[in-house]
Write a protein that binds this ligand. Sequence first.
Ligand SMILES: Nc1ncnc2c1ncn2[C@@H]1O[C@H](COP(=O)(O)OP(=O)(O)O)[C@@H](O)[C@H]1O
Ligand SMILES: [Mg+2]
Length: 510
Amino acid sequence: MTLMERDEQLRSAAGYLEEASAGHGRLAYVAGEAGIGKTSYVAQVLADARGSARAVVGSCDGAATPAPLGPLVEMLPALPDHVWPPGATRQDVFARLVAVLRDPPGRRPYLLVVEDAHWADEATLNLVRHVARRIHDCHALVLVTYRPEDSAANGLRLLLGETASAVGTRRIDLPALTPSAVEALAAHHAAARPGLAAVDADRLYEVTGGNAFFVTEALSADTDEVPETVRDAVLARVARLAAPARRALEVVALAGTHPRVELVAELLADGLDAIDEPVRRGLLRQVDGDVTFRHELARLAVLGEVPVGRGVHLHRRLLAALESRGADPAVLAHHADGARLADAVLRHAPVAAVRAGELGAHREAVRQYRRALEYADRLADPARAELHWSMGYECYLTERIEEAIVHTREALDIWEASGETVRVGDAWRCLSRLSWFAGRGEDAERQADVAIDLLDGSPSVELAMAYSNRAQLRMLASDLAGTRTWGHTTLEVLAGSRRGRAGTRCASTP
Ligand SMILES: Nc1ncnc2c1ncn2[C@@H]1O[C@H](COP(=O)(O)OP(=O)(O)O)[C@@H](O)[C@H]1O
Ligand SMILES: [Mg+2]
């Protein structure tokens, strides 16, 4: 496919790659609404750079709560082995990646593409931030595609602001196609299908606004009427498929943004032949052993039409197939939820949450805990309390202080009912700190005292933390003598305490 009206932007990328080859790395944000042509543009940049750069692509997942550092995990096979050794911390991995970009084998520059950053997990955004600040002395061009209209939800917009002035940061805007490009596409389409009535190109531009996906989808619908919306355009094409092909589309739509062919094959009652027709008609694509929709907008249009019962059934089958393949817990939690299987959600979502939290994807950790808590009424008290406690901590880390208070209080109530004094005391200490963050200083002081009263008696890490909390409150009130006194008491208790429990962490520094 020849790209229309992208010469200038392709020249920019080629220029940045040249600079990158000379050791002046660049990170360029490629901006444009859904369907404008970001993926097509990046594919062209990659094709143009073949031979002169090492291409590495990783995509963010918009189908489920994303797995932490998903794009980097996808890139690993194309990167040197030592970038992510087992057990390495996130900071270590980031540093190792930058070291590779600074000094690539043979000085052949890297061309890294992070697709759809508006769906990035928090850890991936941190990675982009880390790289953006260091790219200027790397032998690498990093392209980060995103939709401006969706960039607020995950914190990407903030990141764009923070990194805009970094030395190596650039921006490439992809505009909609002009009326003359739309006319040319319509004419090209009409020439290829002489029997059909020609589409009114003015009307096509008016309805699509020059959005490349919408234009090409509307043309492929092969009607002389221009569909009113992208969804109509997609569904008009789908309606013309045979029943097995339509069912296959539903399976692919539910299976995620780029499921493996063999997974799809396992789920298709009519066999893999069922995807032949959608592939032939350009609705689906097979790329590197994956089956994908031509575009996410098409996947969403199909997904929206899947009857609820069939969706649940397909999620169950997907869950079973993916469990046996040892898929990422974030993916398993997504299908377990879609399958409405409480036990499976409670098996996978907390694991996904812990992993997300460990890698710094705290927003995703919150989403996984929230998902687990929806099914938590069937859990025994101790497990339910732990879920609330962990959720409280992740809410605190993501600045959802009121929510953190609610969940910490839930955990506290459960522990109180079962007489777990140490946990209760620790929860009061935690609530005290959260109250302070919420601007309720008096509550914070009172709760700090309750924590100490409950924990007093035997030296423990929890008691030390309760004193430390009081010392901090004194410090925040500019009471230096009080700070010193309670600080000393904290150290004395610590000196005589047993080793700490892993659970003692709420509202401490991450
Ligand atoms: N510059 C272009 N000229 C012609 N068609 C284009 C152009 N860019 C994209 N397309 C068409 O639009 C479709 C959607 O583009 P895509 O790159 O997937 O959009 P995005 O990644 O921005 O959502 C492509 O499959 C292609 O058919
Ligand atoms: Mg795209």
